[in-house]
Design a protein around this ligand. Sequence first.
Ligand SMILES: [Zn+2]
Length: 167
Amino acid sequence: MFKRGHQGAALLLTAPLTALFGVIGLFMTIAAFLTCRTPDLDLPEYRLGVLSHRGWTHTIWFAVIVAAAAFIMGAGLAFPIVGIEGWVVGAVVALAAYLGVLSHLFADALTKGRGKHAIRPLYPLSASPMRLDLISSGSRIWNTAFFVLGLLTQIAALIYWSSPSIF
Ligand SMILES: [Zn+2]
C-alpha cells in the first residue's frame, strides 16, 4: 500500500473514536494519521539500509515501540500546555499511535505481498504471514479509494458525534 492508502486506512480505523469522543477522537485520528506510515521507514528511499522492507517494522512489537515514543512525546509536550495530567495525554496519544501502526499492518495485509513481501506481524513469535491477497499495493485506484473512504467515514463520524439523531 502507498502513502494515500495507508492514510485512508488510519482514517477508517479511527473513525469510531471520532464518532464516540468528538474532539478527543479527532485528536487521536491526527496522531494515528501521523504515525501510520512509520513502518515504511524501511523503504529504500529512507536509506536505512539495515532494514529490509516489510521486515520487523511491520510487526506489533514495532507498534509498541512507536506507542512508547508517542507516550513520552504526548506526556512531555502536552502537560504544560493543556493542564491535564501528562500521563493521560501520553496514554491517549500512545493508543492512537498504536492504532496508526496497526492500520498500516492491516492495509499491507490486504495486498498480494508474495514471498518476502508478506508481512509477519507476530515475528519472531510466529512466522505465519498475514496476507489476504486482495489488492495490489501499487494500485492507484485502491490507494485513492481508501483515502476517500477514510475521509468520508471521518466526516460521517463527526456528523454523528455532533448530532446522533441524524442517523
Ligand atoms: Zn508497509
